[in-house]
Write a protein that binds this ligand. Structure first.
Ligand code: GLN
Length: 497
């Protein structure tokens, strides 16, 4: 069926191996735990790994498999971004503020995956409170790109992306507020999908910017992402923006034979936004993206130009809205209601000041300050309200564009993974690198990033496909057909070979 080593096997192969008793879930979990132990000191992809807890979950999965009660993910190991709460485990959000916080409950996503019998390998490293594009702001140190030591993994879900790329976990959860699933997927050469806003419950997901935050899935392929995403979605009354929709069987849609095998994407029109294909993208990325689009055409798809005239304003709009919401969401971490309290202080105000001053890193503090500023009297209308108007205009651009195409393609990022520390003193430069991903969150649309080549230095390049609301099946199917015809998603960094 597949000759890859088991740690590099697709979920379908792992499923088969578990069901035929070729391997037990305990053995499979041990294989990945041993890889984490051997390799993660070089990557720093994980914050928390608890071998005994993982093995206990694997034993329970084996018992279910023995009783023939297993579902698609029963006994399959996975990793969770440390933004998700899991009962009895640390949930740090990569912040000193929560470095000693053990969650008393499961996030909805964690509960769903537990119920499905998936085995939790541990919690992955990330940017502090999911604020960043490089996973360098973590209190626990930066995540290293598995393809090139000394380079960032992308962010904020860099630990999950690096773990899947290095095959320390077959699949992993992430969250995407402005690109945090798609961009690290692109930097690490894996596939990542952020669904339509509201499809994945935010209950138990430590909030950054609530109107933008959305859970997503990482895998080596669109097929593996489909298996994970299907298990993560579902209505949850505890999240007021959770959508009550019938579940979709993504895996079945991918497995269905196309009408025209030679041209499986014959009915697909891909829009290419003029504004995204102008300047500002590196030559290597342009070449990889152009080749990927040629491949899509070879599979039968049609490409045509579309316009997203307001997309260039996505960065300022996104950063105003995200920081405004962050300043509100993070006010709860005051050393009283939530978060670590400073050891020494003189009075109440000093206690708040010291707890927040010591608990939050520089980037988080910067965002709370800017967010508070744009919400303050006199500036609200000038910044926050303007940003909300832009948000509406950007969503309108997409609505019009989807009148002329089924999916929209772009690079996931205008650059490949930069050297660690390269943007330390220039946060705005880092914000600008989110140009292709943030418009998607502002509109609440689904997007996927899949590998489509490498730059001259051997770092992965990702192609982003954006869909209309609830077009997850179409996005996953398009990426799957691309992956059936290409092998970019099968390339591995040396340490996972
Ligand atoms: N890079 C963006 C930011 O810093 C997106 C982060 C995210 O999606 N969590 O806000």
């Amino acid at each position: 069926m597949n000759n890859a080593p088991l740690f590099d096997a697709p979920i379908a192969v792992l499923r088969h191996a578990l069901d035929t008793k070729a391997i037990s879930s305990v053995e499979l979990a041990t294989l990945f735990l041993d890889r984490i132990e051997a390799l993660d000191s070089a990557l720093n992809a994980f914050i928390t790994v608890e071998r005994e807890r993982t093995l206990a979950e694997a034993r329970a999965a084996d018992a279910r498999i023995a009783r023939r009660e297993s579902g698609p993910l029963t006994g399959i190991p996975l990793a969770h971004k440390d933004v998700f709460c899991a009962e009895g485990m640390l949930a740090t959000c990569a912040s000193k503020m929560l470095s000693n916080f053990t969650s008393p409950y499961d996030a909805h996503v964690v509960a769903l995956l537990k119920k499905a019998g998936a085995v939790n390998l541990g919690k992955t490293n990330m940017d502090e409170f999911a604020m960043g594009s490089s996973s360098e702001t973590s209190y626990f140190g930066p995540v290293v790109n598995p393809w090139k030591p000394g380079h960032v993994s992308g962010g904020s879900s860099g630990g999950s992306a690096a773990a899947v790329a290095a095959r320390l976990a077959p699949i992993a959860t992430g969250t995407d507020t402005g690109g945090s699933v798609r961009q690290p997927a692109s930097f690490c050469g894996v596939t990542g999908i952020k669904p339509t806003y509201g499809l994945v419950s935010r209950y138990g997901l430590i909030a950054y910017a609530s109107s933008l935050d959305q859970g997503g899935a990482f895998g080596a392929s669109a097929e593996d992402c489909a298996s994970l995403l299907a298990a993560m979605t579902g209505f949850d009354a505890r999240d007021s923006t959770s959508l009550d929709r019938p579940a979709e069987d993504y895996a079945a849609a991918l497995a269905a034979a196309p009408v025209d095998a030679a041209r499986p994407l014959a009915n697909l029109t891909i829009g290419l936004p003029r504004e995204f294909f102008g300047d500002g993208m590196s030559g290597d990325i342009r070449a990889a993206v152009d080749a990927a689009l040629a491949q899509y055409r070879a599979l039968g798809a049609t490409t045509r130009e579309v316009d997203l005239p307001n997309a260039r304003l996505a960065i300022p709009a996104y950063y105003v809205i995200a920081m405004a919401e962050a300043s509100s969401n993070l006010s709860r971490f005051d050393g009283v209601r939530y978060g670590r309290r400073a050891a020494e202080f003189t009075d109440l105000a000093d206690m708040y000041r010291k707890s927040r001053g010591e608990g939050f890193g520089a980037e988080v503090q910067r965002r709370i300050l800017i967010g508070t500023y744009v919400l303050s009297h006199g500036y609200y209308d000038a910044y926050y309200l303007q940003a909300q108007k832009l948000r509406r205009l950007i969503a309108g651009d997409f609505r019009r564009a989807f009148g002329a195409c089924d999916l929209i393609a772009s690079p996931t990022s205008p650059v490949t993974a930069w050297p660690l520390g390269a943007m330390r003193n220039d946060p705005v430069q880092m914000y600008l690198a989110d140009i292709y991903t943030t418009p998607v969150n502002l509109a609440g649309l689904p997007g996927i990033s899949h590998p489509c080549g490498f730059d001259a230095s051997g770092l992965p390049v990702g192609l982003q496909l954006i869909g209309d609301y609830f077009s997850e099946t179409r996005l996953l199917t398009a990426a799957h057909r691309f992956q059936q015809a290409t092998d970019w998603h099968l390339r591995r960094p040396a340490l996972a070979a």
